[in-house]
Ligand binder design. Structure first.
Ligand SMILES: [Ca+2]
Ligand SMILES: [Ca+2]
Length: 566
């Protein structure tokens, strides 16, 4: 039901991936990707490395590092002269040298009657002292050491950010990256914005707990809730494991707990710049866990009530949400958009609430509620920017965001069996728990799926609202589409056969925030994909071999086995 699970299929590479996940246990020594026999998807994948070197580098960047000087000085002369190599200039320079004990030579004139000088000092004074000595000369109006300036990319000091979250950084380095470091110089979010995560509930993970605002448990059936009761104010996630010997309505058997809600919430809002764990997309918005999915999945009836409540709409028998969300993230679903889901989305949009939903991981058509009109439907791409082989695509897709995986054209196939991914797979880092039933030890694991692409977009939407609180859902949608980067040339989404299936392109947080103050005027709150919704058709976007390959490679194991309960 949820668009990412840790359940694996036989014959998959799951054991390796599980070992890799184990290596990521928070604060524990673990198995590096190299140990697990897999190529590293990022420069440093070992726990020990991530705990030391990159943290100090990130700290240096987020603090106030000392200036890097060049040995040159910008000098403004009192007489306004700046000619190079004239005798007057040379005479003036020699007098300053005599007065200050410094050796001067002109590198070039500058605007505003200034010169750039190379200054040599036999005393070895620091550059600021040298500049003071220059300023004491009556011929010098001002003198400042030339120094290096840096792009105001923001690098939070969360250790995992620097080592394993390349998909959040610069697209110059990682083609599929969301360009968040740049974006964070425009906004790091607002605590007045609430993002609801309609999912399995939450855990008190130390890298998440400080971000949460009270949610609600909407699971009515105790067989699904696993918490001994029905709907109540406690949205904690007790675990959605299916015990050995049990069978779900769709025929599936035992599974471990997914901690899906915590993983999804952590992508958009882990505690950021706290020197621990991972970084979230939004640093300040509050996260509201709305629990709808438990053992065997979620019921449509619970999910629709939960979505409505999240956005401040009235649900019978439940107190009104005291802190309604402006953004509702739904990383689960199945089937095609029903009239019930569509009405919920319409009502939320009319209330100014943005609904973001994951497209699903079936390597096929977009699933509900992502295929409802007015929803920002998110598909996934790998770090190289190519659509992930597991990700659903179709005309309802609004945009693509990092979700890990392997690009469609990068799956290595041998004798019709997938054996790997050219260049290695990519992963999204998420907060989770080691418990297979109830929660035990908090950790960080590598995840894949459109479940983690959607909260990237939800987080960016929240950042956009921090920049411009007046944005309507339609305006947020339009800005996200207008500012998306094109999929890389020669990849799945740029082929003519796939035109219109992958949305407007790759999420670019910096461009979206830059455009947020001046959005296009939109007349309605519906998205332009409205006319395409409802059918849920479009057929599979993948060749038959591709689906078989996905099963073998285990990627589908990360995705939902669509099993809406009936
Ligand atoms: Ca309950
Ligand atoms: Ca953190």
């Amino acid at each position: 039901m949820s668009y990412a699970t840790l359940k694996f299929r036989k014959g998959s590479i799951a054991p390796i991936l599980l070992a890799m996940a184990a290596s990521a246990l928070l604060g524990l020594p673990g198995i590096s990707r190299a140990d697990a026999g897999m190529p590293a998807a990022s420069p440093s994948a070992s726990t020990s490395a991530s705990a030391v070197a990159p943290a100090s580098a990130a700290t240096a960047r987020i603090g106030r590092p000392g200036p890097r000087y060049t040995g040159n000085y910008i000098v403004r002369w009192r007489d306004g002269g700046q000619t190079i190599d004239t005798s007057a200039d040379t005479t003036r320079m020699r007098r300053v040298e005599s007065n200050t004990g410094l050796a001067l030579s002109v590198r070039r004139p500058m605007a505003n009657a200034m010169q750039l000088l190379t200054v040599k000092d036999s005393r070895g004074d620091d550059p600021e002292t040298v500049a003071r000595r220059l300023r004491q000369d009556p011929r010098v109006a001002d003198a400042v050491p030339d120094r290096w300036l840096q792009l105001h990319d923001t690098a939070p000091n969360d250790p995992d950010f620097a080592t394993q979250s390349l998909y959040m950084g610069s697209p110059v380095v990682t083609p599929g990256a969301a360009n968040l470091s740049r974006a964070w110089d425009r906004s790091r979010g607002s605590a007045s914005v609430v993002i609801a995560v309609v999912d399995t509930g939450y855990l008190d993970h130390p890298d998440l707990a400080g971000r949460l605002v009270a949610g609600y448990d909407f699971i009515s059936a105790t067989s699904v809730s696993v918490d001994g009761d029905g709907r109540d104010t406690d949205a904690h996630d007790p675990g959605d494991y299916v015990p050995s010997g049990s069978t779900c309505p769709d025929g599936s058997g035992a599974t471990d707990s997914s901690w899906h809600g915590t993983r999804v919430a952590s992508v958009l809002g882990a505690v950021t710049n706290n020197g621990s764990g991972i970084a979230g997309v939004d640093w300040n918005a509050r996260i509201q866990p709305v629990r709808v999915s438990g053992r065997c999945g979620a019921l449509l009836s619970d999910t629709v009530d939960g979505m409505r409540w999240a956005g401040g709409l009235t649900v019978p028998g439940v107190p009104n949400n005291p802190t309604p969300a402006k953004v509702v993230n739904v990383s689960l679903g199945g089937g095609t958009c029903s009239s019930i889901e569509q009405q919920a989305v319409n009502d939320l949009n009319a209330a100014g609430v943005i609904v973001v939903a994951a497209a699903g991981n079936s390597a096929g058509a977009v699933e509900a509620p992502a295929d409802c009109a007015g929803v920002i439907a998110v598909t996934a791409h790998a770090n190289d920017g190519e659509n992930a082989s597991f990700a659903n695509v179709g005309p309802q897709v609004t945009i693509s965001a990092p979700g890990g995986g392997c690009g469609n054209s990068k799956v290595i196939v041998s004798n019709n069996v997938a054996t790997g991914c050219t260049g290695g797979q990519s992963f999204i880092r998420t907060l989770s728990n080691a418990g297979t039933a109830g929660p035990t030890t908090y950790n960080i694991i590598s995840s894949q799926g459109t479940s983690f692409s959607a909260p990237m977009v939800s987080g960016v939407a929240a950042l956009m609202l921090a920049v411009n609180p007046a944005l309507t859902p339609a305006q947020v949608t339009a800005v996200l589409k207008n500012t998306a980067r094109a999929h890389p040339a020669g990849t799945y989404c740029t082929r003519s056969a796939n035109t219109g299936k992958c949305g407007a392109g790759l999420l670019d947080a910096d461009a979206a925030l830059a455009a947020a103050p001046n959005p296009p005027s939109t007349g309605s709150t519906s998205t332009s994909t409205a006319a395409d919704s409802g059918g849920g058709g479009g057929g599979g976007a993948f060749s038959p071999w591709s689906a078989a390959v996905l099963l073998v490679i285990g990627l589908v194991g990360f995705g939902t086995r669509r099993r809406p309960l009936r």
